[in-house]
Design a protein around this ligand. Structure first.
Ligand SMILES: [Zn+2]
Length: 213
């Protein structure tokens, strides 16, 4: 089923056939965080979501999973995945991965494999419902900064309204198809909810998102 005896050996304490056909997005990482295996759920999820935001068909075996994560979040994932591998303890992380039509909360559970030989990552939907966010029109003039960039939260995918009263607005048209000049950040509510403080991660964030000791 997996066509890779090494991956099958690493997954011997799990049920490889069930993982392979599961609806959950499942993948195996090597210690250097390169993708060693993805399941059918990964491929179905990527196809349904047009490959965005963080999982895409182009992220195939051999790519480093951190390359599929927005740069601002890489230190957080690198630190926690590394810790899971080193300490041999599972790591759970909640995150938001909404589509234009559905609000979705996910749980990412990472299990250490073998003798620090890899990581098994399972992403399951915890909650899925219609959006209650008020939709806004994709009016670039309201969202462009002085460089013409539009900032999208790489977590909830809202975009930052610029001007005298900045806010983070839900613009479903840009979730389906982001404007060409989009940069990524983390909005303050997402940072507070999903990325509780770790000193190294805090240092990598823009000052506005840093919390005080
Ligand atoms: Zn957000």
């Amino acid at each position: 089923m997996l066509n890779d005896p090494e991956i099958e050996r690493l997954l011997e304490n799990f049920r490889p056939a069930a993982l392979h056909s599961a609806d959950e997005t499942v993948y195996v990482l090597r210690p250097d965080l390169q993708l060693a295996y993805v399941n059918l759920g990964w491929m179905r999820f990527a196809a349904r979501n047009g490959g965005e935001p963080r999982i895409s068909l182009k992220w195939s075996i051999g790519r480093c999973v951190l390359d599929a994560i927005a740069p601002i979040l890489r230190p957080f994932f690198a630190e926690n995945l590394g810790k899971c591998l080193r300490e041999g303890r599972p790591w759970k992380h909640h995150y938001d991965c909404s589509s234009a039509d559905l609000s979705r909360a996910f749980m990412m559970t990472t299990y250490p494999l073998g003798n620090a030989e890899g990581l098994l990552v399972i992403n399951s939907v915890e909650q899925e419902s219609a959006h209650t966010r008020s939709p806004h029109e994709p009016l670039e003039v309201l969202y462009q900064d002085e460089l013409g960039l539009i900032k999208q939260c790489c977590h909830c995918r809202r975009v930052q309204r610029t001007g005298p009263e900045p806010s983070w607005d839900w613009v479903p048209d840009w979730v389906k198809s982001p404007p060409p000049r989009t940069s990524h950040g983390v909005c303050e509510p997402c940072f507070g909810s999903y990325y509780p403080t770790t000193p190294r991660f805090r240092k990598s964030l823009p000052e506005a998102f840093q919390t005080r000791e």
